[in-house]
Design a protein around this ligand. Structure first.
Ligand code: NI
Length: 136
């Protein structure tokens, strides 16, 4: 019996989406306002799902305090109030789209949560635009 336990978190970050080899025109066409060369910010909302069996002794899937602390230390500390392109080495070569940020977060969480549990990450770039990655 698998149960999903979720924790919400939040960070603000700036980014710029562009492909270096493309013309300004093509970048504008594909990325719109997100390729503004002076960067711009988003209020990202994050949901981390941990899916697993309920422990027979404790009755829980994961200690939410533990999950909260991992997200705070490993994700928020790394991304909050950062310019993703300039401040986060991972995004020097990877375009910081919501998709790629979501994978970045999932990879970190995967290393921190025991392997008998599955993880899914949902990242809201705006209240209406969000992406989800569960490792497939
Ligand atoms: Ni943007």
């Amino acid at each position: 019996m698998k149960v999903t336990v979720s924790r919400k978190a939040h960070f603000n970050a700036a980014h710029r989406l562009y492909v270096e080899d493309w013309s300004e025109e093509k970048n504008n066409k594909v990325f719109g306002k997100c390729c503004n060369e002076n960067y711009h910010g988003h209020n990202y909302e994050l949901v981390v799902d941990v899916i697993g069996d309920i422990d027979k002794t404790t009755g829980i899937v994961i200690d939410l305090k533990v999950l909260k602390d991992i997200i705070k230390e490993e994700i928020e500390e790394v991304l909050d109030h950062k310019n993703l392109n300039l401040d986060v080495p991972y995004f020097k070569k990877v375009i910081p789209t919501a998709e790629n940020i979501c994978i970045f977060i999932w990879d970190i969480m995967r290393k921190k949560i025991s392997k008998d549990k599955d993880i899914a990450v949902t990242l809201y770039e705006t209240p209406r635009n969000f992406v989800k990655y569960s490792g497939n």
